[in-house]
Design a protein around this ligand. Sequence first.
Ligand SMILES: [Ca+2]
Ligand SMILES: [Ca+2]
Ligand SMILES: [Ca+2]
Length: 274
Amino acid sequence: MNKLLKSSAAISLILTAGCGPEGGGGGGTPDPEYTHYEDLDSDGFGNPLNFIVDNEPIASGSYVDNDFDCDDTDDTIYEGAPEMADGLDNDCLNGPDDGISDRIIFASSGFYTGDFAQYDLVGADGITGADIKCQELADNAGLPQGIYRAWLSTSTSNVVDRLIQSPFPYVLTDGTQVAADFNSLINAASVNLLNIIDLDETGVRPPTNPYLVSWTGTDEFGEALTDTCLDWTSPVGTDLGVHGGMLSVNGQWTSFSGTGIACSFATHVYCLQQ
Ligand SMILES: [Ca+2]
Ligand SMILES: [Ca+2]
Ligand SMILES: [Ca+2]
């Protein structure tokens, strides 16, 4: 249906253009027409219902050369997008959350200082760098396809606002259930994980040396604490970052003491499938 609408509208536009001052040309070969689709949410995918037709082969500005966006107000939604446990139809196919089941949570195999910004080669943003690292670890380990993000908060962003709050269980890479849903990770009055988060993305328990802890900057409400290694940009010993204890099933899993340790330490980071 959309294709039909688009085609008829496109023909109408072309005909209109043909009547304009540049459309005649007195019998010469007409310039080829190109259709460009609006991309308001900047996800690289265009709205099939909003387009322009011109003589430029390549789209520019807020337009792109595909019409794969079924919701141009949300950059997590387009044809081929990874389905996430967010109640939305991210991939424009088979309805919301189709194929979604348990969500994976793991502790990174790698150790990192408080400087995650070094992994964001574009914007040097700490959170973005940590998310890149989580995605890379998951992809390299062959975990189920999807979006993986770091359990980190900053002075301007709380985990509880930033991460998808899955109604599905969170499990380790070996299938062991950690929490029945997102709320069970942050039920502050009585956080009681079903299992400690002690497996990395490959299913291996990280060595206890130096410590089984992960950077979080996040309290048991899923909200930011003061010490975040300067929003995860600092590897400096005099700056502090809050860590969670990987052997804890109570709220200490995300905030071991409420205050930070030196950002020069190298520790793990928790990663969650979205
Ligand atoms: Ca778009
Ligand atoms: Ca879907
Ligand atoms: Ca979804």
